[in-house]
Design a protein. Structure first.
Length: 416
């Protein structure tokens, strides 16, 4: 591991660790409806949304009601996205001479379900299939909505552990709205500015046709790339604007954009450990969860880096050294501008968080390096199953409200 890669990894871990407490505390205040710095901007919009939708923010929901709202919200979002994709040829910014892949009913439904469930499994090439309108109003908007809905369910799960003697979990519509206005939208706005500064396109211009040095014609798609790129990472969704995903120079042009996008993926999940500790009244449990995550992440990072960088004894005539002129190691399936360090960071981050925002081909990793990525995915599924089991069983080892070991805190509410 060279000095640059070491600094990159240490800086990444340091930034995430420093931001865990302030960001976790901020999210706790947002979802407990306490005062925050963004209230002067967000509260008027929140009140307007409730007035238009006739949502009573003071009424809390049981687990069944919360789940029903979540499912119905996802269903409506799926149907709306499906409709947009099916009629995109009649909507703005559709270029028929370049969008040559037809959005058939099955492909449109596959994409709609995938994005509304934050699976974001892509069976198409974005630059030859999706119009700017579909990318921005359809996929980008759904990334915001589905990401906020997932965040709301995560907060409801934490409340379920904190409120041992209460049968309500909050209000889904309030959690959804506050997650959008106070967390995802401000984070995305800041991220978009950083990405545009680094050269990620954010426009609605027509596809450019240029003549290459060899005299051939090349079509260069543009579009609102930065908007989709930041929310797909911030909401741990995935789904690339282009077919090459995070390896495309318009989605991820520099090592700095790669670093920023990886930070966007992990900041909210890492900070939620602190939010959890605060909401259940035991901050040390939150730090314990974060330390476990950090050990798994750091171990996977070091393991993959080692096996991607080390020489292959079966190829004695190949120079695997890391020098100023070459990155060395296994560069198969990796972008030169990221090297092994940036590619490994993206692979470990995205596989740990189930985010489809890769910048290198996982099947090109070494056997042992690829094994870590697979284990990360399996651990993610195991964690999800644990959450489901805990939710349905209603059991837990947290102290009950009002007990000597666990006094009531501001997140607990008595049944009305």
């Amino acid at each position: 591991m060279n000095l640059y890669t070491s600094i990159q990894y240490l800086l990444f871990v340091a930034i995430v660790t420093i931001l865990v407490k302030p960001l976790g505390s901020y999210m706790g205040r947002v979802f407990s409806r306490e005062r925050t710095a963004l209230d002067r901007f967000c509260l008027p919009v929140e009140r307007l949304i409730y007035r238009v939708t006739r949502v009573n923010q003071d009424v809390e929901m049981t687990g069944r009601e919360y789940t029903t709202c979540f499912i119905m919200f996802g269903l409506v979002g799926t149907l709306l996205l499906y409709a947009i994709l099916r009629i995109q040829q009649f909507l703005p910014w559709y270029f028929p001479q370049y969008l040559t892949t037809p959005l058939s009913p099955d492909l449109a439904m596959n994409t709609a379900i995938s994005f509304s469930t934050t699976t974001t499994w892509q069976a198409y090439a974005g630059e030859t299939t999706m119009s700017y309108f579909s990318q921005m109003v359809g996929l980008c908007a759904q990334n915001f909505l589905a990401g906020a809905a997932g965040l709301a369910v995560g907060i409801a799960f934490i409340r379920g552990l904190a409120r041992q003697r209460c049968d309500t979990l909050g209000n889904f519509w309030v959690d959804l709205t506050r997650g959008l206005l106070w967390i995802l939208l401000p984070g995305a706005l800041l991220g978009v500015l950083l990405l545009v500064w680094q050269g990620v396109p954010m426009n609605f211009r027509h596809y450019a046709v240029v003549t290459t040095v060899e005299g051939a014609k090349q079509v260069i798609p543009q579009g609102p790339v930065a908007a989709l790129e930041i929310i797909k990472n911030l909401g741990t969704n995935g789904g690339g604007f282009f077919n090459a995903n995070g390896a495309h120079p318009y989605e991820n042009p520099t090592p700095l954009t790669n670093f920023i996008e990886m930070l966007a993926i992990v900041l909210l999940p890492a900070a939620l450990t602190n939010t959890f500790g605060r909401m259940v009244g035991q901050p040390r449990q939150g730090w314990l969860f974060y330390c476990v995550m950090l050990v798994l992440f750091g171990g996977g990072l070091a393991f993959v880096q080692h096996f991607e960088q080390r020489p292959d004894p079966r190829l004695p005539c190949v120079d695997f050294r890391n020098t100023r002129l070459q990155s060395g190691g296994n560069m198969e399936g990796k972008e030169v501008r990221f090297g092994i360090g940036g590619s490994t960071l993206a692979a470990v981050v995205t596989s740990n968080t189930a985010t489809g925002s890769y910048n290198s081909m996982h099947d090109s990793y070494t056997s042992l390096g690829g094994m870590v990525l697979l284990v990360n995915m399996l651990l993610g599924e195991a964690t999800a199953r644990f959450v489901e089991t805990t939710t349905t069983s209603g059991s837990g080892s947290l102290p009950r409200e009002g007990s000597p070991a666990g006094p009531a805190n501001r997140y607990d509410r008595r049944p009305r």
